[in-house]
Design a protein around this ligand. Structure first.
Ligand code: TNX
Length: 719
């Protein structure tokens, strides 16, 4: 039977519940299979289809049979010889579900599907055939920056199992913590597991017994734990008890600040490998996984370049650079891992010196690292930081946990391990991928939940489902699963509604709030100091208004409050001016700046004209500022939107008013602002500075008729 949409509910039940809602205002039952309460005012998802198979990650095939069954009795299980271990079939046409699977792992995956499909014991009648696309479906948890207790890790394992993830990559050591109590080296945890934060000692470590319990807990849920000891960088917590293994001799505290530290393990001291070998030997014995991760990321050359021992080691081996020295170190470390019967895993930096054959390369940086690793014959695990680093914020609000970067739901949904696999043909070297939860900006399991969910569902789908259903389909299935997450006390992030930060209008404006199929529910808005009421489109405003909005899910869970302003403005008057030819005047001033400076009184190093608002061709790489000016000729009356994309800061003024503020140090980033202008000539002035790193500058303008152009196209030199 061809797949089709499941019936929403029986007509009678729907009628009864509609009558109830209408006459008595009674709440609808929180049935997980029903999307959102149809608030009469607006329900952004009232018309969203109910998924036929509310399962994430999407099963390979889900055949729909009409009706539902009340489940009775444990599933009837049969193992099928010859099937891959996680392959399964689940049949819910009868009250007693039937499971066929390749092995116990497949039975467990089938039970997980059943738990999602029938959270309340009533299953839609389905026949599901399923199998994962990738074997390595992981989550990295950084327990070094934030110490999670074993109980909390078990809770994370449960969350992983719910999404059919099967590798917990435990980042057990970093600058800010060493978490393993080792028999051979108890001093490592004694000194390295705690750090001072605001006068308080924070941290913790895992005993042998605790780890064994965690490994068993994970194993029972078909999650394998891959341990990582990050070497030779990110090792300040190791150096705290072994300063003699640094290049300088220390002493060292366990730091409570973040970043990349210059002090790393000394690669020229044979004692370093002695300790490393013993530590890895013991770690290998603690974790049954065939893999052992040895780090290798972010190793600065500062200390090695100045260290007599490292220089001697380089001279003796005929090495030309510290990067080659890291290559030798990696070779020695991976050899010790192999000697313990394990497969070494390392971050993609190890490719720079040519990683030893048989090393699994974990690719985290954008660029061609995955390709290079595959070309060199390595197995690869993908953890792209722009798609799978779930330590980044998801909408960039100040009240969200997470680092300052933003990795949105859409960014995660665009994670495409399947494309990487296709690119390398059928050699099977892309083992899979994982999400990463670095914990510099995570203070609790609640923070972890907010960062992981719902984004982890998109990662799980990318790693399990092939062919992959469209993103909207994932969104509908995710929404349908939110009640299950509620029931399991998973504190997922609820994105606040999107509001314009500052919208300018002339007579009146219609406020729209985009739908969020991922969440459903309704949006409540408050105008100025008024109370929150359900948002009803169209919302027409004819005076300047402060707007606040909050998303309210059917479960009652609410987002943070978004705030925006709509501003009624008169047309800024044009001033007739004599115009020169097309172009922009600029002053270029060298110096170190952290904000856009006022350059009017400074003597520029260079002045001249440009075709448009942009970086002058003759400039330093870093440390300079610009002031660019022109006459902008507005082609018609109305509201103009200016978008400044800059790296670093830029501020755009129109007729001496700040319209776009994109100031401060940052990566290339667009910022927009609106202003009402009369047809005719207006002064525009752009301030810009380049602090360090890359530089970029572009300005676009959107006219009232919707046309978008480079600002220079409508600009002339003052005469
Ligand atoms: C880079 S990814 C790191 C981590 C940080 C992370 C923050 C990698 C191999 N190293 O040490 O926690 O960025 O996003």
């Amino acid at each position: 039977m061809p797949p089709r949409l499941a019936p929403r509910s029986t007509p009678l039940r729907a009628l009864a519940s509609a009558l109830c809602a209408l006459l008595l205002g009674c709440p609808r039952p929180p049935a997980p299979s029903e999307p959102s309460a149809p608030t009469p005012a607006l329900s952004p998802s009232a018309d969203a289809p109910e998924p036929a198979c509310a399962v994430v990650p999407a099963p390979r095939e889900c055949r729909v049979h009409p009706g539902t069954v009340t489940l009775a009795g444990a599933p009837e299980v049969r193992l099928v010889p010859g099937w891959a271990s996680e392959r399964y079939e689940l049949d819910t046409r009868e009250p007693r579900p039937r499971i066929r699977a390749g092995a116990r792992a497949g039975v467990f995956r089938a039970e997980t599907t059943l738990a999602q499909l029938a959270p309340a014991g009533v299953a839609p009648r389905r026949v599901i055939e399923d199998e994962p696309a990738f074997a390595w479906r992981g989550l990295l948890v950084d327990v070094a920056r934030h110490f999670f207790t074993v109980t909390e890790l078990e809770q994370l394992v449960d969350r992983m199992a719910l999404l059919k993830l099967d590798v917990l990559h435990l980042h057990l050591s970093d600058d800010q913590g060493f978490r393993l109590e080792l028999d051979g080296h108890p001093e490592l945890a004694r000194r390295g597991a705690f750090r001072l934060e605001a006068g308080r000692s924070v941290g913790g470590s895992y005993s042998k017994g605790e780890l064994a319990a965690l490994v068993a807990y994970a194993e029972a849920r078909f999650v394998e734990i891959v341990p990582e000891i990050d070497l030779p960088g990110h090792t300040r917590a190791i150096l705290a008890s072994h300063p003699e293994l640094s290049c300088t001799g220390g002493p060292f505290e366990v730091p409570s600040t973040w970043g990349i530290f210059d002090d790393v393990l000394c690669a020229g001291n044979p004692a370093t490998l002695g300790l490393v070998g013993e530590v890895l030997g013991e770690v290998a014995g603690r974790f049954p996984s065939p893999y052992l991760h040895v780090g290798g990321d972010e190793v600065p050359a500062t200390r090695w370049s100045a260290c007599p021992k490292c220089r001697e080691a380089m001279r003796a081996a005929g090495l030309r650079s510290p990067s080659e020295l890291q290559g030798v170190f990696t070779a020695q470390v991976t050899e010790r891992v192999r000697a313990r019967g394990k497969i070494p895993v390392a971050w993609d930096e190890v490719l720079e010196a040519g990683a030893p054959a048989g090393t699994v390369v974990m690719v985290w940086r954008a660029g061609d690292a995955a390709e290079r690793a595959l070309r060199a014959g390595h197995d690869v695990v993908l953890v792209p930081n722009d798609h799978a680093y779930l330590d980044a914020k998801q909408s960039g609000r100040a009240d969200e946990p997470g680092s300052d970067r933003v990795v949105s739901w859409a960014d995660v949904a665009a994670f495409a391990p399947e494309a990487a696999r296709r690119a390398e043909g059928a050699r099977g070297r892309v083992l899979g991928g994982q999400a990463a939860l670095w914990t510099e900006h995570v203070g609790s399991l609640a923070d972890a939940d907010t960062l992981l969910f719902p984004r982890l569902l998109a990662v799980a789908e990318a790693l399990w489902s092939a062919p992959r259903p469209p993103r909207e389909d994932l969104e509908h299935r995710t929404r349908a699963l939110l009640p299950l997450l509620d029931a399991r006390h998973v504190g997922y992030f609820v994105a606040p509604p999107e509001l314009p930060e500052r919208r300018v209008f002339l007579e009146s404006t219609t406020l729209e709030i985009p739908r969020a199929p991922l969440y459903g529910g309704r949006v409540d808005v408050a105008l100025d100091d008024g109370a929150f009421t359900p948002f009803a489109a169209p919302l027409v405003l004819s005076a300047s208004t402060r707007v606040r909005a909050v998303r309210v899910l059917p479960s009652g869970r609410r987002s943070g409050v978004a705030e925006g302003r709509v501003v009624r403005e008169p047309l800024g008057p044009a001033r007739p001016r004599p115009l020169g030819g097309p172009g922009v005047l600029y002053d270029y001033v060298e110096g170190e700046f952290a904000r856009v400076p006022v350059l009017r009184q400074r003597e520029p190093n260079v002045s001249g004209s440009l075709r448009t608002f942009s970086l002058p061709p003759a400039r330093r790489r870093e440390h300079y500022a610009l002031r660019e000016r022109a006459i902008f000729v507005a082609p018609m009356n109305g509201v103009y939107t200016f978008t400044v994309t800059s790296d670093d800061g830029a501020v755009l003024r129109v007729d001496d008013r700040i319209v776009v503020d994109n100031d401060g140090h940052h990566a290339p980033r667009p910022r927009a602002g609106e202003v009402a202008l009369a047809k005719g000539a207006h002064d525009v002035e752009l301030g810009f500075f380049q602090g360090g790193g890359g530089d970029a500058l572009a300005v676009a303008v959107r006219s009232p008729d919707g046309a978008i152009r480079d600002l220079g196209e409508l600009c002339f030199l003052p005469r």
